[in-house]
Ligand binder design. Structure first.
Ligand code: ZN
Length: 169
């Protein structure tokens, strides 16, 4: 007899992240996120939100280091490392990844879909194409895009802007 089913071991080894049905964003973080997208225009802004159970409690404005920042985004790896510390330590969850579309609609581009690596998180897109920003949330799973309900709530939230930190090595 062997020592047990390897399939059973695999099934317990990896915790499945919670898949919330609605994204909740504290008003202060929503307002800062939109301001961040305005400040970066005509470049794409990017950031993440962490929290628990679909409720964002902290948002990080991160640097877009893509060579063509007007049409693409790539989160600065050092910024991402700092912002993800609580998530990597298991203290909180990655709730949302946000970026702006300076001149296009609030829907994931083909590149956004191809690059999506976090099926448990909400992908928030802020379109700056119209008079007013348009914000939509999506879940992207294995190339499939589904719109995700989201709401602004009167909750506390911490805004962390990593864009102006001194250059790191
Ligand atoms: Zn995009």
């Amino acid at each position: 007899m062997g020592l047990g089913s390897p399939i059973l071991f695999r099934s317990v080894a990896r915790a499945v992240p919670s898949r919330f049905a609605t994204l909740t964003v504290p008003r202060i973080l929503y307002e800062r996120m939109v301001a961040h997208c305005r400040e970066e225009w005509p470049k794409e802004a990017c950031g993440i939100m962490t929290g628990k159970g679909g409720v964002a409690r902290r948002a990080y404005a991160l640097r877009n280091v893509h060579a063509q920042p007007a049409i693409r985004y790539q989160i600065d790896p050092a910024d991402q490392h700092v912002a993800m510390q609580g998530v990597l330590a298991g203290q909180e969850e990655l709730v949302a990844i946000y970026h702006s579309h300076p001149t296009t609609v609030a829907y994931p581009s083909r590149t956004d879909v191809a690059m999506a690596r976090y099926p448990e998180a909400a992908y928030v897109i802020v379109s700056m194409a119209g008079q007013e920003p348009e914000v939509k949330a999506f879940r992207i799973t294995d190339g499939e895009v589904a719109e995700l309900p989201w709401r602004v709530a009167d909750l506390a939230g911490e805004w962390v802007d990593l864009r102006w930190l001194p250059e790191r090595e």
